[in-house]
Design a protein around this ligand. Structure first.
Ligand code: ZN
Length: 121
């Protein structure tokens, strides 16, 4: 008796095979994951395209299997982390952080200039 795809597990395996073939799933390489967390124990064996809603603009997005693979295995993202913002909101956040950092650096430079002038007097 075949259990493919007559059982729930069989259907799940058939769907996974289909998702892998179409790029909606990718095998996890745990050796490449930064796993200093017990969360690695419950980490899945496959990345599967994951729908989510951007927590800033509310737009519906898909965090693709390939993006997850890059995040965890190349960028060494924490195993507990997950996508929360769409690409546009992520870019905006990075730009805001860069402006804040540039402003902080400018403030430090002004402070140093005042301090240096003070020591000349
Ligand atoms: Zn967004």
């Amino acid at each position: 008796m075949s259990d493919l795809p007559s059982t729930r597990n069989g259907r799940r395996i058939a769907k996974l095979a289909d998702d892998i073939a179409s790029g909606r799933a990718a095998k996890v390489d745990k050796a490449k994951i930064d796993c200093n967390s017990p969360a690695i124990l419950s980490f899945p064996s496959y990345y599967i395209d994951k729908p989510f809603r951007c927590n800033e603009c509310g737009v519906d997005q898909v965090w693709t299997a390939r993006q997850q693979q890059w995040w965890y295995e190349v960028a060494k993202g924490h195993v507990d982390s997950t996508a929360v913002r769409c690409r546009r909101c992520r870019k905006n956040l990075q730009a805001r952080k860069r402006r804040i950092e540039a402003s902080r650096q400018a403030g430090l430079a002004r402070k140093a200039a005042v301090r240096d002038r003070g020591s000349d007097v």
